[in-house]
Ligand binder design. Structure first.
Ligand SMILES: *Cc1c(COP(=O)(O)O)cnc(C)c1O
Length: 364
């Protein structure tokens, strides 16, 4: 066998293992319908206005997009009320995470700091960039360990990642608590706050970090069109940061990573206020229902501010996952997060939620 050698840290990387597809599950268990509540996707599907924009722009896909997506950046900036120079759009917020790492952290020298059982992309991308990766334990109740993170920062710490609302716990940190931590983190360390689920947090004002960007130029907020805006398959996200940092990223990144259709869909969905409101309504209604009903049958349920909940079933989580799958319901077991006793399930449509709760109650 010819053994190709790549970078040692890459040789050690284990591949991401996706679950069975809906089609595979239908075939394996002889099911007509399968309900997927595993990837925190939008329960309402895709906005009709976004779909129309994609179709009407199909004739133009022979063109390159406008580099850096200034039109989209402007639309985002207008919507959230910041200067467009503060926005970096990317191929999913995953790309923005990657760009931050590449632009800020010195390979073989700097480190990334976060906490245990967090979103897997921070580790994966740090590895790929040759950046060491350090995690501190969570606080009691799986809370984000803010003080411990601030205390663990050294002069090698290039970026600290905090997810709020958190994946997979759903726990959110109020802005005033983040502010305290921001003031303890040195100006040369970036505090990256991953707000993939921020749209679902209520009351919104309590979790609003935007006003702190001027005060702390080392804060970067990461957001996405994959969840509340229903565009996961288009791959589009963005970062909000100081114009200075955004300029460094713009200069050094690969061009054209956000496609023409992704840009059009995102601009369109920003104007679809009805779709956005309906999404928030169905998620917030489902979240309360899941939390109340699961607690009522004795499950531990964390207080979620996201479009999913994390819970500990009253019997073995791996068994519950398998039994749900056999009945055509896909949820997310959390063993790979180091939380083998727990399951994460996102809110679906009202109908899907009803089926999930009924089936789960039968199993427990
Ligand atoms: C889903 C998710 C994202 C979004 O990723 P995209 O690349 O924009 O699809 C980012 N961070 C967290 C914690 C997530 O769960």
């Amino acid at each position: 066998m010819s053994a190709i050698k790549v970078r040692p840290d890459v040789m050690e990387t284990k591949p991401y293992v996706p679950g069975l597809t809906i089609e595979e599950i239908k075939e394996k268990y002889g099911l007509d319908t399968v309900i997927k509540l595993a990837s925190n996707e939008n329960p309402l599907g895709a906005s009709p206005i976004a779909q129309k924009a994609i179709i009407s722009h199909a004739p133009y896909i022979f063109r390159y997009p406008q580099n850096g997506n200034p039109r989209l950046n402007k639309a985002i900036a207008k919507r959230i009320g910041v200067d467009e120079k503060c926005i970096i759009s990317g191929n999913g917020s995953d790309e923005v995470i990657d760009l931050l790492l590449r632009v800020k952290a010195q390979p073989g020298q700097d480190e990334v700091l976060t906490y245990e059982s967090c979103f897997s992309m921070y580790r994966l991308m740090s590895r790929l960039c040759g950046i060491s990766f350090r995690q501190v334990p969570r606080d009691a109740g799986h809370k984000q360990p803010l003080k411990a993170l601030a205390a663990a920062v050294t002069d090698k710490t290039a970026i600290v990642f905090i997810t709020t609302p958190d994946n997979p716990t759903g726990l959110a940190v109020p802005a005033r608590e983040l502010r305290e931590i921001a003031s303890l983190i040195p100006a040369q360390t970036i505090l990256a706050i991953d707000e993939a689920y921020i749209d679902f947090a209520t009351p919104a004002k309590e979790y609003d970090m935007l006003s702190m960007l001027n005060e702390f130029p080392n804060i970067v907020l990461l957001r996405t069109f994959s969840k509340a805006y229903g565009l996961a398959g288009m791959r589009i996200g963005y970062g909000i940061m100081s114009p200075e940092l955004a300029d460094y990223i713009s200069r050094s990144r690969a061009p054209f990573t956000v496609s023409i259709l992704a840009e059009e869909a995102a601009v369109a969905v920003l104007s679809d206020e009805a779709f956005y409101q309906k999404t928030l309504d169905v998620v917030q209604r489902g979240r309360k229902l899941f939390t109340d009903e699961l607690r009522a049958i004795g499950c531990e349920v964390l207080d979620s501010q996201a479009n999913f909940i994390m819970f500990k079933p009253t019997r073995n989580a791996a068994e519950v996952f398998d039994e749900l799958l056999k009945r055509g319901i896909i949820v997310r077991p959390l063993k790979s997060f180091g939380l083998a006793d727990y399951i994460r399930v996102n809110m679906g449509t009202d109908y899907e939620n009803k089926i999930f709760l009924k089936t789960l109650k039968e199993l427990l």
